[in-house]
Ligand binder design. Structure first.
Ligand code: ZN
Length: 148
């Protein structure tokens, strides 16, 4: 950002300075002809200032913005759930968080994170089965082999 004058768009450029109004957003005195408040950068014609919203999808992948926490948790828990022995609680958490995230995204379609949610549900679900299978095998083999 340069000076405070940038961000204020005059219609003609030589409006008298006396024509002022207060910004409905922050209450600061701004030019009556201003389209955008110079203090809070809020557009005054009802436009939404979401220039960063349509940024690259790469940025959305990296930044945990606009997605439910449950979706992020589902992603991480699914990864942690892959570990043998201690992974079962994480797998269950991934499945639960994934389902929660899917519900939250359905309620608010603006949110992203569906990929993580589905990842959590699928990987979490598969890992629960895998962990239970391993657990069952350990139990069965320990029952079949009498302790000497
Ligand atoms: Zn303002």
């Amino acid at each position: 950002m340069a000076g405070p004058e940038t961000g204020v768009f005059n219609v003609s450029g030589n409006q008298p300075v006396s024509e002022m109004k207060s910004c409905p957003q922050c209450g600061e005195k701004i030019l009556a002809v201003a389209i955008k408040c110079r203090y809070c950068e809020q557009y005054l014609d009802g436009r939404q200032q979401n220039s960063g919203d349509d940024s690259s999808s790469m940025e959305r992948m990296l930044l945990p913005v606009g997605r439910p926490v449950s979706a992020i948790a589902a992603g991480y828990c699914a990864l942690l759930g892959i570990f043998p022995m201690c992974g079962l609680p994480f797998s269950i958490a991934a499945l639960v968080c994934g389902i929660m995230a899917r519900k939250e995204i359905k309620k608010n379609p603006k949110l992203s994170g569906t990929g993580r949610a589905i990842f959590g549900i699928i990987v979490g679900g598969l890992m629960i089965v895998a962990h239970l299978a391993i657990f069952a095998m350990v139990v069965i083999s320990s029952l079949q082999q009498p302790v000497r």
